[in-house]
Design a protein. Structure first.
Length: 110
């Protein structure tokens, strides 16, 4: 192999090494962008989950109270079977209790 060919091949080798290093840099940049995107998606999902958790925490006790009062218990069968069903203010008391719980939790979570 003559000298000109050797110089040309060495130059091609240097260019190839430079291209490989550039590609490695691009690969690392793409991996960093992918990681950043995954982190952003995860943060958004965490915010949504936080809101859904607060909503569920507020409505689960209300659903329990509504479900307990939705079961028909005969107040005359036993004195332990929800005597407030016969009270004049029993229904407003139950609604007030539910509103108090909801407002209290909203204040607590705010």
């Amino acid at each position: 192999m003559n000298r000109e060919t050797s110089v040309y091949l060495r130059d091609c080798h240097d260019h190839t090494i430079q291209i490989i290093e550039t590609l490695e840099n691009y690969r690392e940049a793409c991996a960093d962008l992918r990681d950043f995107y995954s982190t952003e998606i995860s943060n958004r999902m965490n915010e949504v989950m936080k809101v859904l958790t607060v909503i569920a925490t507020i409505f689960i006790p209300l659903s329990f109270i509504a479900g307990a009062y939705g079961m028909y218990f005969d107040a005359e069968a036993s004195s332990l079977n929800m005597p407030e069903l016969k009270w004049r203010w029993g229904y407003p008391l139950a609604l007030g209790l539910m509103a108090t719980i909801a407002i209290g939790q909203l204040i607590f979570f705010h």
